[in-house]
Design a protein. Structure first.
Length: 704
């Protein structure tokens, strides 16, 4: 998030982000048609700006969430602004829900609180989020007639397509037993015969009715039940389907996607080291670009510190103005696992968002085959008696679910299996494992959204903005988790806040570039995610895009220019995973560009933060090749073993060699001629800096 030292950070903490929100699609009206005779598409789009602004407050409510400084009496603060305290916010001892007489009154109170030293932050509640579910309604909606109903192809594909490779883990008895997962959504049908055996009422809650039963009240609230089935429908019971984790414990956390209900659901049973809910699925996302909820950002950080893993859908807006996940605040959080979607053949789904913060991909379905899962009981939900497009004969199930709302719970289920075999799993540990085990798909992808296709970084790890590190490989993920014991504490290296105040050249591909230099790494660790905070004054922010380049020459787009984004200024945090495993040392370069004519902007400030860490384990060295060489002759050593990390170094008689990370099982080291000046036996080891260790010895024989 923006530096506390930044002069523009107060705008985030004060809640001014609300002024830029659109209303939920449930409330929004159609935009006026574009004028075909306008001089440019950009000018046409500008005509809609006033209309959007007029409709931006449609979903706001006459209530606020107010976070106070410690020790402040909420009743005193409420009385000061003519508000009343309804209740504390679940999971916090300093945040309260306060009622106002009207939305206008709530807005006035929030504005006044910005100058109140007793108030840390506040926001007017509204529907900030929307489901990332996807229900096809076109002629190709039904499964392919040649394939008939394709079954749960996403778990085990017997028809020639991709799957998440979970069967080997099942065969080893890994079913998620003993792991608890919370489904933050619109409810959970706890009486469903394929969910009831796994539902745990003690970890369930309805944040609207304030009761422990999260059962949906409306037939339109089928989303959470479908999501839950993909995570943990009971397997092996001779009915229905199975989830990825067929014996996991499920908790339904029912919300209406408003800010307060979502924050309470995220905090529920997840704020301490002994809290039981350590994995939460979030198959929803912001309804608008550049939404910012400081309370949400802080809460995600808090629950991650005590071990909670949050998975988040990437969104289903490809082809729309909010198709880039860079514009979704929670996806930019370094403690969130963002999941995109791919189809039956392994190519990104036509609806799936993309972005530099995507971590992993999983099946979400497409017109070749959609996703089968649990549905509301009877004729409620997706599969109704009069809906001929759903081929599922049992109305308690649907064959037409899809979207990143479907891909995300598949990843959540895989993480539940991993948590079973590695109880120390947390979000950073999980991300390291995903970066090393996910499988490359669609290798020829050269789409614009991919940011140049699959590109390997300085740590030899491939990344693509459509897929993150690739398709999740559940069995590889589970197996690798057994090899490591955790990650080192996070260290953040920073550029600090850099004042710029320079004009960005208009419609210029070169833009402005700024070096960020590190002479040496302050810790024996490598880069994880990189966060870039930008403050740009620009009357048409959709013109702007930005890039970061590492010392090895690997370039990552931070966000794509979006001509349909018509509003002004950028005051935001962007995250990229493309440099995972790279070394910090050297010259990094930030580049900001204006891609279109007519409007001119200024880069006021930036800050780049490099999150760093590495997996922890003692490396195991099993062999070297060659085992014999001539003296005073340079050679390349191929090192085989296990538990290698991007920080592992090969040593020769204790002297570090230039080492290249190939995988957790393979390294390469350059052996210069000067290192072996005389004949004899030389000792080769692999060293991973503390808290890692040193491997056993292999002998390299050097002859004359």
């Amino acid at each position: 998030m923006p530096s506390k030292n930044s002069r523009w950070n107060y705008r985030l903490a004060g809640g001014v982000f609300l002024n830029t929100l659109f209303a939920s699609p449930l409330f929004a009206q159609a935009l006026p048609p574009l004028d075909a005779n306008a001089l440019s598409v950009k000018r046409q789009i500008k005509q809609n700006r006033q209309f959007r602004t007029q409709n931006a407050d449609a979903s706001k409510r006459a209530e606020l969430m107010v976070t106070l400084r410690p020790g402040i009496d909420p009743r005193t603060v409420a009385q000061r602004y003519g508000l009343s305290v309804r209740r504390p916010v679940l999971g916090s001892n300093t945040a309260y829900v306060m009622d106002a007489r009207s939305v206008a009154h709530a807005e006035m109170a929030r504005a006044a609180m910005r100058r109140d030293g007793q108030v840390r932050s506040s926001f007017v509640n509204q529907v900030f989020f929307a489901k990332d579910g996807f229900t096809p309604n076109d002629p190709l909606f039904a499964p392919n007639q040649d394939l008939d109903y394709p079954g749960q192809w996403y778990l085990q594909n017997q028809l020639g397509g991709v799957d998440i490779n979970v069967s080997p883990a099942w065969q080893n008895g890994i079913t998620g037993k003993g792991v608890m997962v919370g489904v933050v959504d619109d409810g959970l049908e706890i009486r469903h015969p394929d969910l009831a055996p796994n539902v745990n009422r003690n970890i369930s809650f309805d944040f609207l009715r304030r009761v422990g039963d999260p059962t949906p009240l409306s037939p339109l609230e089928a989303h959470g039940t479908a999501v839950a089935g993909l995570i943990g429908a009971r397997g092996g019971n001779r009915i229905g389907m199975t989830g990825v984790a067929p014996e996991v414990s499920l908790g339904g956390l029912r919300t209406d996607y408003s800010g307060i209900s979502v924050l309470e659901a995220l905090a529920f049973l997840s704020t301490t080291t002994t809290s039981p809910l350590k994995i939460k699925n979030n198959s929803y996302g912001p309804v608008d670009n550049y939404t910012w909820i400081q309370e949400g950002w802080d809460l995600i950080s808090q629950i991650a510190r005590v071990g909670t893993i949050n998975t988040q859908s990437a969104g289903n807006r490809r082809g729309e103005f909010n198709q880039d996940t860079a514009f979704r605040f929670s996806n930019n959080h370094p403690d969130v696992i963002t999941v995109s979607a791919l189809g039956f053949t392994g190519k990104y789904s036509f609806y799936s968002n993309f972005g530099a913060n995507v971590m992993v991909a999983a099946p979400g379905g497409d017109n070749d085959a959609w996703i089968g899962t649990t549905d509301l009981l009877g004729t409620r939900g997706y599969n109704t008696s009069d809906q001929d497009s759903d081929p599922m004969p049992d109305l308690n199930y649907t064959a037409t679910f899809g979207g990143t709302s479907a891909s995300t719970p598949l990843v959540t289920g895989a993480l539940a299996l991993t948590k079973q075999v590695q109880p120390k799993l947390d979000v950073r540990f999980a991300k390291h494992l995903l970066a090393l085990t996910s499988r490359m798909v669609d290798p020829q992808d050269g789409s614009v959204s991919s940011d140049g296709g699959w590109k390997r970084n300085g740590a030899n790890i491939a990344f693509n903005q459509n897929y993150g590190f690739g398709l999740i490989d559940t069995n590889a993920l589970v197996n690798l988790a057994k090899e490591f014991t955790g990650v080192t504490p996070r260290f953040t290296a920073t550029s600090g806040v850099v004042d710029v105040f320079r004009t960005i050249p208009d419609s210029n591909a070169r833009g402005l570039s700024f070096p960020i230099n590190f002479a040496q790494s302050p810790v024996p660790a490598t880069v994880e995610s990189v966060q870039v905070s930008l403050f740009i004054e620009h009357p048409y922010r959709g013109d702007v895009e930005a890039y970061l380049t590492s010392p090895t020459g690997r370039r990552s787009r931070l966000f794509m220019a979006e001509p349909r984004e018509t509003r002004a200024d950028i005051d935001y945090v962007f995250t990229t995973n493309a440099f995972w495993g790279e070394k910090l040392t050297g010259r990094w370069t930030l580049n900001v560009r204006d891609t279109a004519a007519e409007d001119i902007g200024t880069l006021a400030e930036f800050e780049v933060n490099f999150n760093m860490g590495r997996l922890v384990a003692v490396p195991q060295l099993t062999s070297i090749a060659p085992t014999m060489t001539r003296r005073a002759r340079s050679t390349t050593l191929n090192i085989a073993g296990s538990r290698f990390t991007t920080a592992s170094v090969v040593t020769l008689n204790g002297t570090p060699l230039e080492t290249k990370f190939l995988s957790v099982n393979a390294l390469q080291a350059v052996l210069p001629a000067v290192a072996i000046p005389i004949a004899g036996d030389y000792q080769v080891r692999v060293v991973t800096p503390n808290p890692g260790g040193t491997s056993t010895v292999q002998t390299l024989k050097v002859t004359n």
